[in-house]
Design a protein around this ligand. Structure first.
Ligand SMILES: [Ca+2]
Ligand SMILES: [Ca+2]
Length: 228
């Protein structure tokens, strides 16, 4: 009986840990200049054949990687959170990202933009279904008296993060083509700068934590009774 309880505690502990560990961050490093991201993060390739980690995230054909011109690419930006590649787009007012398996808890990113940005999280694919959360930010690309590294007009980057309930399956990024860039896109956490430190347990995770703690206490008392 004691070993069964101990196994249950270990199993529940592993389940809780896996919920916290489900944090993914996309830095866009490894993509080429002006390469469409496409299935780079989805077990496939970008438009120029680059292969990234398969974390089940697909981008529509609008989303393009661009490398800082100071690092040999074509982008006029500086101080990006993970040098030297970011994601932006060149046509239309937005691009869309799908996570077929879904993600929960939180969502965060850095952006630099000459126009206001809106990032909307949906529970359906391709920006369909219910809106779970929205993150808004002002135009700020030259804010905080920023300077290039050594060049780059889009030199000010701001972190935005949200928490939400439910399971998200797509994100729509809205700003202006060629005027808005994103980097360090983070799932499962409301912080893009410290993603693993900021994981906030959901209600169901709190329930599991409470249950595993109660079972652990019961197991200890059971063991004490046997030893007494
Ligand atoms: Ca630069
Ligand atoms: Ca980057």
């Amino acid at each position: 009986m004691k070993s069964i309880k101990a196994s249950l505690v270990v199993l529940l502990g592993m389940f809780c840990m896996s919920a916290y560990a489900a944090v993914t961050q996309l830095t866009f490093e490894g993509l080429q200049n002006s390469e469409a991201v496409l299935n780079f993060y989805n077990g496939g390739t970008g438009s120029l054949g680059s292969v990234g980690p398969n974390v089940g995230v697909a981008f529509d054909s609008s989303a393009l990687a661009i490398i800082d011109s100071d690092a040999g690419g074509g982008g006029s930006f500086a101080n990006e959170p993970s040098p030297s590649t970011i994601v932006y787009w060149m046509s239309g007012s937005s691009f869309t990202m799908n996570v077929a398996a879904g993600f929960d808890t939180g969502y965060a990113f850095f952006y630099s933009s000459s126009v206001p940005v809106t990032v909307t999280i949906y529970d359906g694919l391709n920006g369909t279904g219910s809106v779970l959360a929205t993150a808004n930010g002002p135009a700020q690309h030259t804010g905080n008296s920023c300077v290039g590294d050594p060049t780059g007009g889009f030199c000010n980057w701001t972190e935005l993060g949200v928490t939400f309930s439910g399971v998200a399956r797509s994100v729509v990024y809205t700003g202006s083509s060629n005027q808005t860039g994103f980097d360090n896109i983070t799932f499962g956490s409301a912080s893009a700068s410290a993603p693993n430190a900021q994981s906030i347990p959901t209600l169901s995770e709190w329930s599991l934590l409470l249950l595993s703690t109660l079972i652990a206490i019961a197991a200890v008392f059971g063991l004490r009774r046997r030893l007494a």
